[in-house]
Ligand binder design. Structure first.
Ligand SMILES: Cc1cc2nc3c(=O)[nH]c(=O)nc-3n(C[C@H](O)[C@H](O)[C@H](O)COP(=O)(O)OP(=O)(O)OC[C@H]3O[C@@H](n4cnc5c(N)ncnc54)[C@H](O)[C@@H]3O)c2cc1C
Length: 389
């Protein structure tokens, strides 16, 4: 089973996405997007026409039926061309399709999932805060229900909210009961980005440059209780949605993006090393470079196994909390090693804007931090495996 070929529909999906990115996302266009720190709406619309956004949505809501393995392969293939298509794909199909399918109320599913499957809606994550990173159960953004029980009022600040300017909704993770028991005092609210009371301040960052990220201020943002993810009955149950299957999916998604980026780094270095000549021969003929390239490919292969085994478990609906954490941990940390080794092979050109490498490495460096840091993954794994301490 471990060594079976990928199903034919995955091979066909990869082929069509490779053709798509070669045609629609050549290096010149990627450089334009990088300079403008943006993603191409026109190309994304064409991508959505391929039906890929429906891979996280059930057929009854207009999707292709949830296929987490295929959706993982989409992230991998898109991120071989940087984050410019992969980022918005994740913010549609994974943030939206994953969370609404898993935790949405019947009304939220009916309203939102068909638009997600069509690639028409994007979501941002409002989890981190100025004083809250990994320790998400400690968020300070506060929400309360007004006396009528029908209106939620949100106050607080979210940090690093990627795409808060172009997403349609923010998943805003709030403390909804300051006197409540830890983990039973949290809710997730679906906040339209144009809701009155929201303001933004742009932050600067060098990774994930398909978008800007923002501090988002919530100042008496008032919404119907129907905007609680899962509906009014899911008040104070936000942790269950965040820490359950959605978290497994989130770890896979970051690992897949890392894997695609690491592959791009290896491909660029592999090609460069066979062109660049020093000391009378191509640099791939020097043993040090030759070995470095082979080590990078070997690590890449190990990442592939970790990633797709975890994705397969998720797809099968099997328990996957340990394997997804291991995959996120391993692929993110090894992805940085791969990127740095490949960058060295390009010498000065690994730092030049003329090649993809500098941005690829910058994106890779962020991966052990976002989506649950490597330290947090180690804590999760140790706890899940019952390690005393
Ligand atoms: C470009 C970019 C985009 C982002 N986009 C989003 C987004 O859209 N939405 C969002 O909500 N967030 C986003 N983030 C934030 C990201 O998720 C956080 O950076 C991440 O969760 C880590 O939080 P922190 O940086 O505050 O680190 P901290 O939690 O402060 O941790 C700092 C260091 O201490 C370590 N550490 C902390 N606690 C422990 C512990 N218990 N045991 C061992 N080590 C520990 C960490 O591993 C890390 O090395 C983004 C970040 C970046 C850079």
């Amino acid at each position: 089973m471990y060594f079976a070929d990928e199903p034919e529909h995955i091979t066909m999906l990869r082929d069509s996405l490779r053709r798509f990115t070669e045609q629609e996302a050549p290096r010149e266009r990627r450089q334009e997007w990088q300079a403008a720190q943006t993603w191409p709406r026109d190309v994304f619309a064409k991508l959505a026409e391929l039906g890929v956004c429906g891979l996280t949505v059930a057929e009854e809501f207009g999707g292709q039926g949830q296929d987490w393995y295929a959706a993982t392969a989409v992230i991998e293939e898109l991120s071989r061309a940087g984050t410019y298509l992969c980022g918005p794909f994740i913010q549609c199909a994974f943030y939206g399709g994953g969370n609404i399918s898993e935790s949405g109320s019947p009304a939220q599913k009916t309203e939102l999932l068909p638009k997600i499957a069509a690639g028409e809606l994007h979501f941002a994550y409002g989890l981190s805060e100025p004083d809250t990173g990994g320790d998400l159960a400690n968020v300070k953004t506060r929400a309360h229900l007004e006396d009528d029980g029908h209106t939620v009022v949100i106050n607080g600040t979210k940090r690093w909210c990627t795409g808060a300017d172009w997403a349609d909704y923010i998943f805003c993770f709030v403390n909804s009961d300051p006197d409540g028991e830890k983990y039973r005092n949290l809710s997730m609210i679906l906040v339209p980005t144009d809701a009155p009371g929201i303001t933004r301040q742009q932050l600067s960052h060098r990774n994930l440059v398909y978008s800007h990220s923002f501090d988002v201020y919530f100042d008496d943002v008032r919404l119907p209780a129907e905007n609680i993810l899962g509906g009014p009955d899911a008040w104070n149950q936000g942790w269950r949605g965040l820490a359950g299957r959605s978290l497994d999916v989130e770890k896979i998604e970051v690992a897949a993006m890392t894997f695609g980026l690491a592959q791009a780094a290896v491909e660029e270095a592999w090609e460069y090393a066979q062109q660049r000549r020093q000391f009378g021969k191509v640099i791939s003929g020097h043993q040090a470079v030759r070995h470095e390239l082979v080590e990078a490919r070997t690590k890449l292969e190990a990442c592939r196994h970790m990633l797709y085994h975890a994705a397969w478990l998720v797809d099968q609906g099997r328990p996957a909390s340990v394997e997804t954490s291991m995959a996120k941990l391993f692929v993110a940390d090894v992805g940085v090693e791969i990127g740095m080794a490949c960058q060295r092979i390009l010498g000065a050109y690994g730092l030049s804007e003329e090649f993809d490498m500098a941005q690829t490495v910058m994106d890779l460096i962020g991966m052990p931090i976002v989506g649950g840091s490597s330290h947090m993954q180690k804590n999760n794994i140790a706890n899940r495996l019952g390690l005393a301490g």
